[in-house]
Ligand binder design. Sequence first.
Ligand code: MRU
Length: 358
Amino acid sequence: MSQPLCLENLPRTVELERDGDGRPRLAYIDQRRLPGELAFERTGDWRVVVDAVKSLAVRGAPALGIAGAAAVALWAGNVGAARATSRGCAGEGPCFLEELGPVADEVAAARPTAVNLAWGVRRAVARARRAVASGAPSALVADELFDEVKHMEAEDEAVNRAIGAHGAELLAPGSRILTHCNAGSLGTAFYGTALGIVYAAAAQGKVERVYADETRPVGQGARLTAWELSRANVPCTLICDDMAASLMAAGRVDAVLVGADRIAANGDAANKIGTYGVAVLARHHGIPFYMAAPTSTIDPTLPDGSGIPIEERDPAEVLPQPLPGVEVWNPAFDVTPAALITRIVTERGVFEPGKLVY
Ligand code: MRU
């Protein structure tokens, strides 16, 4: 690498903080404006967070988990506590939980595929229930939720660094890595999953270059991964999605590293649309295909990938100007069968897809 790895240049993606009056607010990077502008938004309104999730201002499975829990904490701190008190319920806690229910449901439903979003919301609601059960008044429940989110942010970085350390062992010195979408710091609180492995391996001098698929139609690779790697000083070559086959055929890829949005019990895994095709290409060319994700991305309720809900997004992402008689199909994710995944890397280690420990 010509310049040393520089993770200090990577900003934190989502961070719960307190405003001047002590009210909770979420600071987040508006990723729609990258790479042109690094813009931070700050909001105390849980509905703004829901919109940020839907519009991809905040995206990436682990970041969605934190944003989901943060939205619940914002409701609790800025709406719920005040309302439960003003309703003058004898049991303030049950009132609070009653109103929290539909809010939590709405947040969890903002995007369907990444299981981390519902996981984050569930974790916040469970913390609220425990606090209420212990007799805490609503204001204190809100404080506990704030603490829970801060804990999740720190945990996410620690988990990603563990994924990075495990995954780096899979790579040989001089590795040329192909990645798809953005499974980097921008998709997490900090550091990233698939790119976390890149950063850990780069720190050991093992990374020659990362090839970033542009990732049509939203361009997470072109806009986000290329931006992130450039800031971190990791050599990066951006390619169009349809160039990956030629790159592999030319012998220029040693490993594929991608993230995941939901992993079924048998190891079938959903990730950004196009991942499945990259896995097929990797198998054809005899290149290892690694998937990296925290255990919070594993959905043990699904025996295989056929039950993973696949989000379909606005046709305008594919065809900005509608054409008469032309329909658009725009699934945001696809499912890579476990048989095409060489190994799955989590914070617990490196696993064969069907033998995940969680
Ligand atoms: O639609 P997006 O941008 O939220 O999709 C993101 C991905 O598919 C990522 O690869 C995945 O969430 C892992 S992020 C560390």
